[in-house]
Design a binder for this molecule. Structure first.
Ligand SMILES: *Cc1c(COP(=O)(O)O)cnc(C)c1O
Length: 467
């Protein structure tokens, strides 16, 4: 046989394939359009092989069998959800790549109700007339932060854009060179601020910004606001100086210049792990006109941007036409409101907070229990070991959370191979490779994850020994 014989002419026709659709494809129930897309992909890949070198196929029947097989696997890939549940075994709680904070059951239920039913999003139930979507979470936020008023938008980046645009459009906004930070995913404070209608004026040096730097900048008369950004994802040490928020607000107040504070983390209440980090309430008390924060970092809610502040400043934000483009949807508002209620009633039930605060002794017992669930052969390749967790999401950059993990030294294969096998598992398990071992940290496990990890790990590790 020459490659010419086994060329693309051996490829079955689309209609012949459709007449013989494998049960494995039908059973997926993806619909005809996706079935055809999967078939086209299977035919394309086999055609490419046939054109290149005959593909090593012995007969037309072999080619057809291969097409049907690839069809099934392409269809299975198209049937897979884009956002399936994964197990976070990294020990990083607010893992931005894994979707940041997992919601509390109360928040999930609230979002499901708002999403699946009609809800008075912009309707005043008492008066029977049109209401505002921006009132829902604001009462709780006022209570939790001590601010006059609050409003929720799409995310913190949106909150910042809106705050700067509202208070400083057509004028200047002053910011320290030490605070022109990048948050990750290409988000840079000064680039966001530049998209507003305000001109950014940088003052001070990277490591030091003094009162006189701000003073010189704000005497000109065209400065409409000062922006102070919390360095939530890195720390500066050594020869450094910055002006604290309270002092900055006291300097700006007599000139009538409002201070915007980008707090970022969304921390509502201090704790052992978050010691030294500013809360939203502290920033309001220090005199900031507007404080911006994320909903899905240490606040533990859905993706959202929280804007708290003085009544006049929030009223101006509400009048800004940009608000319409940055607005938040009903499921987010419902989930956020439920999360804020937990902060008021039982903060320990906010999952992100609980995961950051878990007692190391509890984590050790959980790791030991996980080890105990494994069969003998798998257990021989694992041991419980200390492992530092992180708050993550660009928060608490210097805090190493004392924790525990299962350290796996797989027999007969590399740590990288085991890590990728865990990632390919159903559901995927995301672990970490370090020191030639795979680390499975239990800190960010959700209920049920222990059993899932034990069973997948057991079959992967027992399988290793069998070969
Ligand atoms: C995280 C963070 C942001 C960005 O928040 P998103 O909700 O991701 O848009 C902005 N500023 C600070 C200080 C942050 O920590």
């Amino acid at each position: 046989m020459t490659p010419g014989d086994a060329g693309p002419r051996w490829l079955p026709a689309v209609n012949d394939c459709l007449a013989r659709i494998p049960q494995a494809v039908r059973a997926l129930g993806v619909g005809e359009a996706l079935e055809r897309t999967a078939l086209a992909r299977a035919l394309d890949s086999v055609r490419a092989e046939l054109s290149a070198n005959g593909g090593g196929y012995g007969s037309r029947a072999d080619v057809e069998r291969e097409v049907l097989e690839r069809w099934a696997s392409e269809a299975a890939q198209l049937a897979r959800a884009a956002l399936p549940a994964v197990v976070n075994a990294t020990g990083v709680v607010i893992h931005t790549n894994l979707g940041r904070a997992p919601l509390a059951p109360e928040a999930i239920a609230a979002a499901a109700t708002a999403g699946g039913r009609y809800t008075p999003l912009e309707f005043d139930l008492d008066r029977g007339e049109r209401g505002s979507r921006y009132t829902h979470a604001s009462g709780l936020l006022k209570l939790l932060t001590g601010s006059d008023d609050a409003i929720v938008v799409n995310n913190n980046a949106a909150a910042l854009l809106l705050a700067v645009d509202t208070l400083a459009a057509g004028g200047e906004v002053v910011v320290s060179r030490g605070e022109l930070i990048e948050i990750g995913g290409g988000f840079r404070i000064h680039e966001i601020a530049a998209k507003s209608g305000a001109r950014l004026v940088e003052v001070g040096a990277t490591n030091k910004t003094h009162a006189k730097d701000y003073e010189e900048a704000i005497t000109g008369g065209s400065v409409k606001a000062i922006l102070k950004v919390h360095r939530s994802n890195f720390a500066q040490s050594g020869f450094v100086a910055e002006m604290d928020l309270g002092a900055l607000c006291r300097m700006a107040a007599p000139r009538g210049i409002p201070v915007i504070f980008d707090q970022g983390t969304g921390i509502l209440e201090g704790s052992e792990a978050t010691r030294g980090e500013p809360t939203i309430r502290a920033a309001i008390e220090a005199g900031a006109a507007i404080v911006c924060a994320s909903g899905d970092k240490l606040l533990g809610g859905p993706q959202a941007g929280i804007i708290c502040g003085r009544a006049d400043a929030i009223a101006s934000v509400k009048r800004n036409p940009l608000l319409r483009a940055l607005r938040v949807d009903k499921m987010t508002l419902a989930a956020l409101e439920a999360t804020l209620r937990l902060w008021l009633s039982d903060p320990g039930r906010v999952p992100a907070r609980a995961m950051v605060e878990t007692d190391p002794a509890v984590l050790k017992r959980r790791a030991e229990a996980l080890l105990g669930m494994l069969g003998e052969r798998a257990r021989a390749q694992c041991r419980v070991a200390p492992h530092a967790g992180r708050a993550g999401g660009g928060t608490l950059p210097e805090v190493e959370l004392t924790g525990w993990a299962l350290r796996v030294d797989p027999a007969g294969r590399s740590a990288a191979e085991l890590e990728s096998a865990l990632r390919a598992a159903e559901p995927p398990i995301i672990a970490r490779v370090a020191d030639d071992a795979v680390w499975i940290d239990v800190r960010a496990f959700l209920p049920g994850d222990d059993e899932i990890v034990a069973s997948r790990l057991d079959s992967l590790l027992a399988g290793t020994l069998r070969v």
